[in-house]
Design a protein. Structure first.
Length: 236
């Protein structure tokens, strides 16, 4: 028996269909793969081409912190003005991260700046509002002559005997650096003097010059005044 005796039209069509199906199976299958044809969880990293997954392929809100590499988010990736206080780790900002002269009064909490936060001699007159400092902000015994607007001097006065007759007063001018016309004058004598003989400050007659008055109401001749220690202050 020969092969040709069993070939029929139906057999030939069946054989051709099988050859076509097997020879073109790859192209046929490629056009028919759907999501339902893929087992869940079976697409791996190796199955994706480099840079194949774009932003449009990622569902909004699905990229988490664990998906980001350490140090992968730089300033260029952060939208300007988008960070708020809750985005910053407590204590993460130091002076190096704050631009010089960039903080204003509105950036500081009331009572948040204490003495320990202020560098010695760092606060000048321009940092203090007019009339903002009262006695409560000044340490007791903390002010000296140099801190008071006006003049001040400590020295010794010598006036010869009989310079001021009994019942009379005489003016004496004394140089006081810093004294200005219109200042009030305080004259203090630190040593004992003859009873009835006394000094007082009268006025600032010109810049750096204080007029004082020596009176003799002792009922007797004025005794010599020799190196009597005095303090003189003037105030604006």
């Amino acid at each position: 028996m020969t092969l040709t005796r069993h070939l029929t039209f139906a057999n030939v069509c069946s054989a051709l269909a099988l050859v076509v199906a097997t020879s073109t199976g790859t192209a046929y299958a490629a056009t028919k793969i759907r999501s339902t044809d893929i087992v869940n969880g079976q697409v791996k990293t190796a199955d994706l081409a480099k840079n194949a997954a774009t932003s449009a392929k990622i569902k909004n809100g699905q990229v988490k912190g664990a998906d980001l590499g350490a140090g992968s988010v730089t300033t260029g990736k952060v939208k300007d003005g988008s960070l708020t206080a809750v985005d910053l780790l407590l204590g993460s900002l130091t002076g190096d991260q704050v631009a010089d002269d960039s903080l204003g009064a509105d950036d500081l909490a009331a009572g948040s700046v204490g003495g320990s936060e202020i560098q010695t001699d760092a606060v000048g007159a321009t940092e203090i509002d007019d009339d903002s400092v009262d006695g409560g902000e000044i340490i007791n015994n903390g002010l000296t002559f140099a801190d008071i607007a006006g003049g001040g001097s400590t020295g010794n006065v010598t006036i010869p005997a009989g310079a001021v007759p009994n019942g009379r007063c005489e003016n004496y001018s004394i140089g006081i650096a810093g004294a200005s016309v219109g200042d009030a004058v305080v004259f203090s004598v630190q040593d004992d003097m003859q009873d009835g003989v006394f000094f007082y400050g009268a006025r600032v007659s010109s810049a750096n010059t204080v007029d004082t008055v020596l009176c003799n109401l002792s009922g007797a001749a004025q005794a010599a005044i020799t190196n009597v220690q005095t303090h003189i202050l003037t105030f604006r």
